[in-house]
Ligand binder design. Structure first.
Ligand code: AMP
Ligand code: MG
Length: 489
């Protein structure tokens, strides 16, 4: 029976085969007593992996890397990266393995990757392990992001290994099975470029084109077109983060994908009260990755990608630089238009009339000022505006500080006849709020998964308010204090 279940999907090893210089074949360490904590049935089905098989003893072993399915060649990927602005020539998967690729039901080739599967040759001083709390955190937040229609890696399962792992004290170990369009990162290109092996760099770029922008092959300059497609994807991605108040927390170049998917949910958080300077990571002391810095950091990271691609863009390096600079110059405009478009939708403005554009952008600026000055809850404000568009101004009026100023703003906004239904499809009711995530993870770490499951019910259908989930709508309790996340995940 297990053989039949497994045979419905064939693992492939494109990355391992085509980019052998970047792929170290490796094995996961043995999990002493693996126990499935959460399984994403719907995602498994989309991948043509039978959820019933994944729940079987062999399926659970597959999810921790202790059963290697036919066709799979687990590898640790090599990459470099700028971490907080400083260049590390060799990072790589220190505690993760790419199991291989599978073709999903939509015909898309996706990576299956295991995080927390033991030390690899890239582990340096790390133990190669991950613990239950942070892996469930990645599961919850990535699935919430997907439900918010934000490109992201997906989470297939979290399996507790049955091993105690040393962190601040001993914590239960876990492996996250993650799915992605690919795990190609800017850092991979930096690594390939640094080898000075131009054939490798070209194969990496061709692999990326194949998977993420096949139309680039027809472009006059395919590698410039690849760069342009990453610039566009990242402009859209970061705008979508900004629109939901998401702070990634560790936008190093090894954590920025070529696919334009959000990756590596370490010290990330959603803002409660609006604060452009919001930083949650304990190690980001200078605020490099603060909320409002994210677009600028993305642009900086894309410049590092351009540097790595220069030899492929033009044999004449001056010409290559000029072309890359021109394409990168498009980032700000693309980011701004994605932000403006997204904000107009959040305010329920369809932008039909010509002169509404200027009125809308003034409204956005003034709304941001109201949020900032009043330390207003970002998510609740926009969700409550949907109620205001239906005539109930009380929720919004109850959360602002400058009532007269807000009333004047509301009047100008209502004059543009906002569309409440549109607003409710873009302004989430439920996000993985920090206090809810912490509460759920603390329970899970001591063996109670019920709060994680309830939180997942809320955040995986974020736009539909449902009875019984009232407490998931609310901001943090007063005593929650200032929130800090830790990178030692
Ligand atoms: P991150 O910031 O989580 O994306 O990780 C940065 C680098 O540190 C990557 O090369 C990871 O593989 C590595 N790393 C993080 N935690 C561990 C660990 N516990 N053991 C080995 N390597 C790790
Ligand atoms: Mg990373």
């Amino acid at each position: 029976m297990t053989a039949a279940a497994e045979s419905t999907v064939t693992f492939e090893g494109h990355f391992a085969r085509e980019l052998a210089e970047l792929a170290v074949p490796w094995q996961a360490e043995d999990a002493p007593n693996p126990e499935l904590l959460v399984l994403n049935d719907r995602l498994a089905t989309d991948l043509r992996l039978d959820p019933q098989y994944l729940r079987s003893p062999e399926g659970v072993l597959l999810l921790v890397g202790n059963h290697v399915p036919a066709g799979a060649t687990p590898v640790a990927q090599a990459y470099a990266g700028h971490q907080f602005g400083g260049y590390s020539p060799l990072l790589g998967d220190g505690r993760a393995l790419l199991l291989g690729e599978v073709t999903d039901r939509g015909g898309r080739l996706v990576d299956i990757h295991l995080k927390g599967s033991g030390r690899t040759p890239f582990a340096r001083a790390g133990d190669g392990r991950a613990v239950v709390g942070p892996m469930l955190r990645e599961y919850i937040v990535s699935e919430a992001m997907h439900a918010l229609r934000i490109p992201t890696t997906r989470s297939l399962a979290v399996v507790a290994t049955g091993r105690q792992v040393r962190r601040d004290g001993m914590l239960p170990g876990a492996v996250l099975a993650r799915v992605a369009g690919s795990h190609l990162r800017i850092g991979g290109f930096q690594y390939a470029r640094a080898t000075e092996n131009m054939d490798l760099l070209k194969r990496l770029a061709d692999h990326a084109i194949n998977r993420h922008c096949p139309s680039a092959t027809a472009a006059a300059n395919p590698y410039l077109a690849l760069f342009g497609s990453v610039v566009s994807a990242q402009a859209e991605l970061v705008a979508s983060w900004m629109l939901v108040g998401f702070v990634h927390g560790v936008m190093n170049t090894d954590n920025m994908t070529i696919s334009g998917e959000t990756i590596d949910y370490g010290p990330c958080a959603f803002m409660d009260t609006f604060n452009p300077a919001a930083v949650y990571s304990s190690i980001d002391v200078s605020g490099r990755y603060a909320y409002s810095n994210q677009p600028v950091v993305a642009e900086w990271n894309l410049a590092r990608l351009a540097e790595a691609l220069l030899p492929l863009i033009d044999a004449d390096q001056d010409k290559a630089v000029a072309s890359a600079v021109e394409v990168l110059g498009g980032f700000r405009g693309q980011y701004s238009s994605a932000w403006t478009r997204g904000m107009a939708a959040k305010l329920g403005l369809r932008g039909n009339q010509e002169d509404d554009g200027d009125a809308a952008s003034a409204l956005v600026d003034d709304a941001i000022a109201i949020l900032k000055e009043g330390s207003v809850d970002y998510t609740l404000f926009f969700r409550s505006l949907g109620k205001a568009a239906r005539g109930d101004l009380r929720p919004v009026r109850g959360m602002v500080r400058d009532l007269a100023g807000s009333d004047a703003w509301l009047e100008r906004w209502q004059a543009l006849q906002p569309d409440a239904e549109l607003m409710d499809t873009v302004n989430p009711a439920y996000i993985p709020r920090n206090h809810l995530v912490e509460e759920a993870l603390a329970a899970a770490t001591s063996g109670d998964l019920a709060p994680v499951r309830r939180l997942l019910v809320a955040v995986t259908d974020p736009f539909t308010e449902r009875p019984g989930l009232e407490r998931y709508l609310q901001g943090p309790p007063e005593d929650f204090g200032s929130y800090t996340t830790f990178c030692g995940t």
